[in-house]
Design a protein around this ligand. Structure first.
Ligand SMILES: Nc1ncnc2c1ncn2[C@@H]1O[C@H](COP(=O)(O)OP(=O)(O)O)[C@@H](O)[C@H]1O
Ligand SMILES: [Mg+2]
Length: 257
């Protein structure tokens, strides 16, 4: 379970998050949506203990990421928007390094990684050094590294960017399997069809403020108003564009701090 309580984060001269709060239940698949610069990465970096908020609380299964970061991080997997990998290691050495950190017993490791390496078609690359990897292959290794230690709560920052359709399918299948086993998955994306298809709940952030939160059906019920012909349902894309349109009500992308 993830609880975000009144998180506020300022960068010099700019308020990136303005008191946002929401909750993600255990076993949920949660999509975090918003235009560029809305505050998605800042939120994920606070939730994974990389950034400290100016105020507010971030709880992972009840453990505070701010007060007990090591305790909270033990439960988490994280794919950054730009995976930072150790270039001189092979893919397999990198995965073993991650499993060392999360204290995965060596006997369990083949079971943890072999299926994922196959699913993401990493086999031909896994014993080559990361320096030689294409962007998409790096992303796939980053995904496997985030998942291989069986996190209770998984954060993925734009996991589909740079992935080929086969890998997007493998990702969707893997995430569904994880939530089926009780893990909580939180990901940001610009691919609204992916969010619409696989998520239980979505939150839309605009200019550091939460502008909508709920299941896609709930958002439709709330926003299927003016401009929708009788019988037609708005897509998540329509709702997203409406709620995040640049107008005076939605404010600037980054407010003065
Ligand atoms: N290190 C930083 N210093 C100053 N401003 C930042 C920094 N990181 C992000 N920002 C600003 O904070 C806002 C939110 O950024 P971010 O969380 O990266 O948005 P998103 O991931 O939704 O695109 C943007 O206006 C961005 O320019
Ligand atoms: Mg981002």
């Amino acid at each position: 379970m993830i609880e975000v309580i009144s998180l506020t984060k300022n960068y010099p001269g700019c308020r990136a998050l303005d008191s946002i709060s929401f909750k993600v239940d255990s076993g949920a698949m949660f999509a975090f949506l918003g235009p560029n610069g809305a505050g998605k990465t800042t939120t994920i970096k606070i939730l994974t203990g990389i950034l400290t908020p100016d105020s507010g609380e971030a709880l992972i299964n009840g453990i505070s990421m701010i007060k007990d970061p090591v305790g909270a991080k033990k439960l988490c997997g994280y794919l950054p928007d730009t995976p930072m990998l150790f270039e001189k290691l092979t893919g397999m050495q990198y995965l073993n390094f991650i499993m060392d950190i999360f204290e995965v017993a060596s006997g369990e490791r083949p079971d943890r990684v072999n299926g994922l390496i196959d699913a993401f078609e990493l086999g031909p690359h896994i014993d080559s050094i990361i320096e030689s990897y294409s962007l998409g292959t790096r992303k796939k290794l980053g995904i496997v590294a985030a998942i291989c230690h069986k996190p209770t709560v998984l954060f993925l920052d734009e996991p589909t960017s740079g992935l080929d359709p086969q890998s997007v399918r493998a990702l969707k299948d893997t995430l569904k399997e994880m939530t089926g086993e009780g893990a909580t998955v939180f990901f940001s994306t610009h691919i609204l069809e992916v969010a619409e298809k696989i998520c239980d709940r979505v939150a839309i952030i605009g200019s550091g403020r939460l502008v909508a939160e709920g299941s896609v059906d709930q958002l439709r019920a709330r926003h299927n108003g003016a401009g929708t012909p009788a019988g037609a349902l708005k897509s998540l894309e329509d709702i997203f564009l409406e709620l995040t349109a640049k107008n005076p009500d939605n404010g600037p992308i980054c407010m003065p701090a």
